[in-house]
Design a protein around this ligand. Sequence first.
Ligand code: ZN
Length: 259
Amino acid sequence: MNGKVTVIDKGQVRVHSYAAPDNSFNVTTQIIETPTRVIAVDAQFVLAYADEAVAYARGLGKPLDRLIITHAHPDHFAGASRFGAPIHALAAVREQIAAQPNGQDPTGAPYSIAQVTPTVEITAGSQVIDGVTFVFEAHSGGEAADELVIKLPEYGVLIAQDLVYNQLHLFLGNNDIAGWQRAIEELAADDAYDTVLVGHGLPTGTEVFAEVANYLADARELLGDDGEAYKKAIVDRYPAYGGAFLIDIANRYLFGAGH
Ligand SMILES: [Zn+2]
């Protein structure tokens, strides 16, 4: 297997967190195993890694009930059709995906937007699935225009996806550091959780909120009008972090194609 799976056993619920290799920014698919079903969250960028996550999920021997897409960035939805399950998302996220053109994964493999566009709408609030309470929270602003956060309050599991990265440079292309800081404050204020599943990197604990908050404060200080200068400054400050290529991608959004 190219990706890495971390298994967190919470009794009635087991979470299998699939993280892609470095060449796909360690983007995650969360595989939530409830007593009789499997629920997947986010679908990978490289289609072959989606296939790997799906093969792992099918290996659990329970039906793959649904795929939930948290936000409208291709690294989280490009592989969605490979899951062979209904695709769920917030209405805003569905619309943002539907508005995008057909695309290619980083290896050049094509995907059709029609085939990855969610068809089942998630509304914010609590829902019991297979005896497990899922809390769906809609966050606006931050890493993307709209992001879904999923909480399993009975098990202390917070699925933050791209509002939190673990030991990786943050993608600032949405140009909303202040919104991201607000979202982190909201997540950190709820102390009912001990396990944080992230959009990029390995599962972690609530200490990650302070790390992301510090990074955002540093980014706010260092981000001027020169993308290359910012990249050098932030990489100097976080030399152990992976995913420096994410800074290059974000810089193209922030400063245009010349950077
Ligand atoms: Zn992402």
